[in-house]
Design a protein around this ligand. Structure first.
Ligand SMILES: Cc1cc2nc3c(=O)[nH]c(=O)nc-3n(C[C@H](O)[C@H](O)[C@H](O)COP(=O)(O)OP(=O)(O)OC[C@H]3O[C@@H](n4cnc5c(N)ncnc54)[C@H](O)[C@@H]3O)c2cc1C
Ligand code: FES
Length: 337
C-alpha cells in the first residue's frame, strides 16, 4: 500500500506492507515521523486520515485519549493501511539523518532469562541478522501469544550487534513481562522493530553526560556507558549516573556500574537508608531529588538522559528545566509507559 504523509513542511511517500504499522513503515522509509513510545501510550504519533482506509490494531490504546477519532485522527503506531492512504501530520517532518541507523523488522531467539532481582530479569535475544543501533535506543518487541509490541531499551552496545541484551521488570498481570518470566520464553522466537528512540548518545556529542534512571530505566544508560568507555569519553567529559530504586533489594547492575570508576555513580534508595561500606555511592531519596542535590552548579555543557517510569522521568524533567535551566534540546528521555 502506498502512503502519502502531508506534514507541515513537505510530503513523504512510502510503501507499507500488509498489516505493517504506518509509523514503522514510515520510519523504515527514513521519514522522521513523530513518535515517542512507538507502542500506543503517549499519543505523539497522532495523524489525520484524509483518504483511504486503516485498520486499528489496538482500539483501546491509552494514547487514544490524545486524539479525536471523530475528526479522523488515529495513532500511526497502532494502525495499518487497508488501502492506499493520504494522511496529515500536524508537525514538521524531516528525512532521517543519512548516517542514522536504519529502522527495520528483525527476528531473533530469546536466550536464558536471568533473574537480577525478585522482579527484574536480564535476557538476550540473538538476532537472525545483525543490526546497527545507537546507545540509548530501544526495540519494539512482539512475543508469541502476546498482543501488540512492547518497548525495551538495549543494555549492550555493539556495532553491528548480533545479540541484544534487555532488562525487563515484571509487571503483575502484564502481557509481555509475565510471558518473559514464564517457562515459555527461553528459546522462543520474537519479532522486533527498530532501532527506535531519540535518547541516543554518540561520542561526537562532546558534552558532559547526566543520566537519571528509575529502575529498569538503567538499561539504556548501561549502553551509553559502554559506548562512552569504548572511546575513552571519560578522559574528556564528565559523566554522572543517578540510579533510583526503592531499596537495596531492588538494585541490580551494581558490579557493572562499579566497573566505570571514571563515572560518578550514585544509587538513590527512596525507601531505605544507604548501606555502609560500599564501593558505589548511595544516598537516600527519590532519584531526581538526589540528582538535584548533587548536581547543583554543575550543569554547564550537559546533555541529560532520563529513563524509567513516567512519574520519575517527569519529576527529573521539571528539575532540569526549572532548577537547572537546561533547554529542552539538552534533555533526552524515554518514559517507560
Ligand atoms: C521507549 C520505552 C522503553 C522501554 N524500555 C523498557 C526496559 O528497558 N525495561 C522494562 O522493563 N520496560 C521498558 N519499557 C516498558 C515496557 O515497554 C512495558 O510497558 C512493560 O514491560 C510492561 O509490559 P507488559 O506487557 O508486562 O504489561 P502490559 O500492561 O500488558 O502492556 C504494557 C504496554 O504494552 C503495550 N500493549 C499492551 N496491550 C497491547 C495490545 N493489545 N496491543 C498493542 N499494544 C499493547 C502498551 O504499550 C502497554 O502500555 C519501555 C517502554 C518504552 C515506551
Ligand atoms: S508513539 Fe504512538 S502512541 Fe506513542
Amino acid at each position: 500500500m502506498r502512503v502519502q504523509v502531508n506534514a507541515r513542511n513537505r510530503a513523504f511517500h512510502f510503501e507499507a506492507d500488509n498489516g505493517e504499522k504506518i509509523l514503522y513503515a514510515g520510519l523504515r522509509a527514513q521519514a522522521g515521523l513523530p513518535y515517542e513510545c512507538a507502542t500506543g501510550t503517549c499519543g505523539t504519533c497522532k495523524a489525520k486520515l484524509v483518504e483511504g482506509a486503516i485498520d486499528d490494531h489496538w482500539p483501546e490504546a491509552p494514547g487514544r485519549k490524545f486524539i479525536k477519532p471523530e475528526r479522523g485522527e488515529f495513532l500511526m503506531c497502532q494502525c495499518a493501511a487497508r488501502s492506499d492512504l493520504a494522511i496529515e501530520v500536524a508537525s514538521f517532518v524531516y528525512p532521517a539523518d543519512p548516517g542514522a541507523c536504519r529502522v527495520g523488522a528483525l527476528t531473533g531467539t530469546v536466550g536464558e532469562v536471568r533473574p537480577l532481582t525478585h522482579d527484574v530479569a536480564a535476557v538476550d535475544v540473538t538476532l537472525d541478522a545483525p543490526c546497527e543501533f545507537e546507545a540509548g535506543q530501544f526495540m519494539a518487541v512482539n512475543a508469541p501469544g502476546v498482543r501488540g509490541l512492547r518497548g525495551y531499551s538495549m543494555v549492550n552496545f555493539d556495532q553491528p550487534a548480533r545479540r541484544l541484551e534487555f532488562v525487563v521488570k515484571k509487571k503483575p498481570g502484564g502481557g509481555f513481562s509475565e510471558w518473559l518470566f514464564s517457562d515459555r520464553a527461553a528459546g522462543a522466537r520474537v519479532e522486533l522493530v527498530g532501532p527506535l528512540g531519540k535518547a541516543t548518545f554518540h561520542p561526537g556529542l562532546a558534552k558532559n553526560i547526566l543520566c537519571i534512571a528509575g529502575g529498569s530505566g538503567i538499561a539504556g544508560m548501561m549502553s551509553i556507558l559502554a559506548r562512552a568507555a569504548a572511546v575513552n569519553y571519560f578522559d574528556r567529559h564528565k559523566v554522572w549516573v543517578f540510579f533510583g530504586v526503592r531499596t537495596l533489594r531492588d538494585a541490580f547492575f551494581l558490579q557493572e556500574l562499579a566497573a566505570y570508576p571514571e563515572a560518578q555513580i550514585t544509587v538513590a534508595l527512596s525507601e531505605e537508608d544507604p548501606p555502609p561500606n560500599t564501593s558505589l555511592r548511595f544516598e537516600r531519596g527519590l532519584v531526581h531529588e538526589v540528582a538535584k542535590r548533587q548536581m547543583a552548579g554543575k550543569y554547564r555543557d550537559v546533555r541529560a538522559y532520563l529513563a524509567g517510569p513516567p512519574p520519575a522521568v517527569e519529576a527529573a524533567i521539571r528539575v532540569l528545566l526549572l532548577e537547572a535551566k537546561l533547554t529542552a534540546d539538552c534533555i533526552r528521555y524515554d518514559k517507560f509507559s
